[in-house]
Design a protein around this ligand. Structure first.
Ligand code: GDR
Length: 336
């Protein structure tokens, strides 16, 4: 009998990489989606749409969640969420429903109808407090935006269920994870898409970013998907940081991508007056728009994934440059 796995949020970036890996490993893979009408383009990209059992789910409907959990999966990977910090600032109540109420409903459902199921809960580096040095699972907590508040609550809830009801539950403290399948609500995909468009059309006007001095710890989502699978196969359920350990500013990400596309990025000005031109042609590539700034944007958080290295034998394999190269190649293939 193949092992049965359910991925909530299977049509998203990380859900799709996870689905691909589980299909390749011979699992029977199920997934939830808001609408069966929407084409799951990421699953199509991997050519695995026919291998997936899709379940339509209204994520705040507790009885629908219980019905799906009653299929008695061996593993549930709970990734479905409002995952954009910017969107959470615009729609905090919706974010609470998607991230706290939904997660609690899944936890309650597995406790009631499938207590043997191993459950992964996707949490975020946004719940960790910035401080000197890379942050591990024991780093102090902090939540500076609605998204972070909801992820902290969902992590606390998952820990309470693990300890109170003896369930196998893992929280993954995921630092930024990007890929060719990222959508451009997120800064890396926005940069790649716009630079590719600029490189194709010499007359195109520059685009706009927010705080380019913000720093993040970027990895490839495919590497995280591997770690997430491994995290449910350890002998004890515990929480894991997944991260590269390397800090990089949005500006550094932009510069690396621009160079790979043949531009010579040269920045001038400060704060809202910052702009970047191509040194070879003098053409403006990007400017700053305060609309994209966050009210609070914590700087300098890198992750320490030692526990994942030690307990799961997990190491990232896709380098920063290769990740950007893959994003560019994919984006170019879509716009050419
Ligand atoms: P983040 O990702 O909030 O870190 O959450 P995002 O790509 O949205 O922002 C990263 C940094 O870039 C700065 N920034 C901009 N961001 C966006 N979206 N658009 C812009 O134009 C722009 N200009 C500058 C932001 O201020 C920020 O500092 C991601 C998500 O995947 C979460 O779900 C996940 O939990 C965390 O990473 C870890």
């Amino acid at each position: 009998m193949p092992q049965k796995a359910l991925i909530t949020g299977i049509t998203g970036q990380t859900g799709s990489f996870l689905a691909k890996q589980l299909v390749e490993h011979g699992y029977e893979v199920h997934g939830t989606t808001r609408s069966l009408g929407n084409l799951p383009w990421r699953l199509q990209h991997f050519g695995i749409t026919d291998d997936i059992h899709l379940h339509k789910l209204n994520a705040t409907n507790f009885s629908e969640i219980t019905e799906i959990a009653a299929h008695k999966f061996d593993y549930i990977f709970h990734l479905a969420a409002e995952s954009s910090v910017a969107s959470s600032l615009k729609q905090p109540t919706k974010t609470v429903m998607a991230n706290v109420v939904q997660t609690t409903a899944w936890l309650e459902a597995i406790k009631n109808v499938s207590p043997e199921c191993r459950f992964f809960n996707a949490v975020s580096s946004e719940v960790l407090k910035a401080s000197e040095g890379p942050l591990d699972e024991n780093a102090p907590r902090s939540a500076k935006n609605p998204y972070a508040v909801t992820k902290l609550a969902s992590m606390n809830m998952a820990q309470v269920f693990r300890e109170s009801f003896d369930l196998y539950i893992v929280n993954g403290l995921l630092f930024n994870h990007e890929s060719e399948l990222r959508d451009d609500r997120f800064v890396t995909a926005k940069i790649i898409r716009n630079l590719c468009l600029l490189s194709k059309d010499p007359k195109l006007a520059p685009f706009e970013l927010g705080n380019v001095l913000a720093e993040r710890d970027f990895s490839h989502a495919e590497d995280f998907a591997r770690g997430i699978v491994a995290s449910l196969h350890h002998e004890i359920p515990q929480d894991y940081v997944f991260a590269s350990g390397v800090l990089c500013s949005v500006k550094d990400f932009f510069d690396t991508a621009a160079r790979q596309l043949g531009f010579e990025p040269q920045w001038v000005g400060e704060g809202l007056e910052m702009t970047c031109r191509d040194g070879a042609t003098g053409r403006a590539l990007v400017g700053i728009n305060p609309e994209y700034y966050r009210p609070i944007d914590e700087l300098g958080k890198a992750g320490n994934a030692t526990r994942a290295h030690t307990c799961l034998n997990w190491t990232p394999t896709v380098s920063f440059e290769d990740m950007i190269g893959r994003m560019i190649a994919y984006q170019r293939s879509r716009i050419e």
